[in-house]
Write a protein that binds this ligand. Structure first.
Ligand code: ADP
Length: 206
C-alpha cells in the first residue's frame, strides 16, 4: 500500500497556482490573417518557457485538425470554433498554465463570450481567470502584401469564400488589453511589450 499520500479534496485555483508557483491565465491573440498572430504567439511561448513558466499555444494546426476538425468557416462554425477554443484555453489556464491562443477570432461577440467564460467562477473561492486580449493590428492592404500562405490571392480570386478582411467581416477590438501595431513592431519588441504588461500586472514574477 502506498504511504505518505496527501489527499486534498477539490483544490481551489488559488491553491493550484500556489503549488505550481505560477498563475494561470489566457493570452488571446486576435487579428487578420497574416497580421503576425502565430509568429508573435510562438515567440512569446518560447520566451515564457525560457523564463521557466508553463505555457502552451493553441493554434489552427493543433485545433482545426483535431478537436475542431468537424468545423468549417461559416459564421456558425466560426462561432463554435471559438467557443471550444475558449473552453480549452480556460482549462489550461485553470491548470496554472499560460494558455496562448492565436486565431483570427473575427467576431466581437465570440471574443466577449470567451472573456465572459474566463470571468465566470466555478466556485465561490475562485477568482476570475485573467483574460488578456492582444490585438495584432494591420491594414488589409499590408496583410495582403505579406500573404505568406497565398491566402489573400486565393480569396481575391474567389477560390476561398468567406475570407476575413476580403469577403467576411473582422470586428476590430475596441478595448484590447494590448495593441500591437504589426508593421512597425518587430517580433522581439512585441514579445517584450507583452512580457512587460504581464510583469506590470503581477501575472508573472520573472
Ligand atoms: P497570422 O497568424 O496572423 O495569420 P503569421 O504569423 O502566420 O500571421 O504570418 C505573419 C507573417 O508576417 C509571417 O510571415 C511573418 O514572418 C511576417 N512578419 C513580418 N513582420 C512581422 C511582425 N512585425 N510581426 C509578426 N509577423 C511579421
Amino acid at each position: 500500500m502506498a504511504t505518505n499520500i496527501t489527499w486534498h479534496p477539490g483544490l481551489t485555483r488559488k491553491e493550484r497556482n500556489e503549488f505550481r508557483k505560477q498563475k494561470g491565465f489566457t493570452i488571446w491573440f486576435t487579428g487578420l490573417s497574416a497580421s503576425g498572430k502565430s509568429t508573435i504567439a510562438t515567440a512569446l511561448e518560447q520566451h515564457l518557457l525560457h523564463l521557466g513558466l508553463a505555457a502552451y499555444r493553441l493554434d489552427g494546426d493543433n485545433v482545426r485538425f483535431g478537436l475542431n476538425k468537424d468545423l468549417g468557416f461559416s459564421e456558425k462554425d466560426r462561432n463554435e470554433n471559438i467557443r471550444r477554443i475558449g473552453e480549452v484555453a480556460k482549462l489550461f489556464a485553470d491548470s496554472s498554465t499560460i494558455a496562448i491562443t492565436s486565431f483570427i477570432s473575427p467576431y466581437k461577440a465570440d471574443r466577449q463570450s470567451a472573456r465572459d467564460l474566463h470571468a465566470a467562477s466555478q466556485s465561490a473561492e475562485d477568482e476570475a481567470i485573467p483574460f488578456i486580449e492582444v490585438y495584432v493590428q494591420i491594414a488589409v492592404e499590408d496583410a495582403e502584401k505579406r500573404d505568406p500562405k497565398g491566402l489573400y490571392k486565393k480569396a481575391r480570386a474567389g477560390v476561398i469564400p468567406e475570407f476575413t478582411g476580403i469577403s467576411a467581416p473582422y470586428d476590430e477590438p475596441e478595448n484590447p488589453e494590448i495593441l500591437i501595431k504589426s508593421v512597425e513592431t518587430p517580433v522581439e519588441q512585441a514579445v517584450a511589450q507583452i512580457t512587460k504588461y504581464l510583469q506590470d500586472k503581477g501575472l508573472i514574477n520573472v
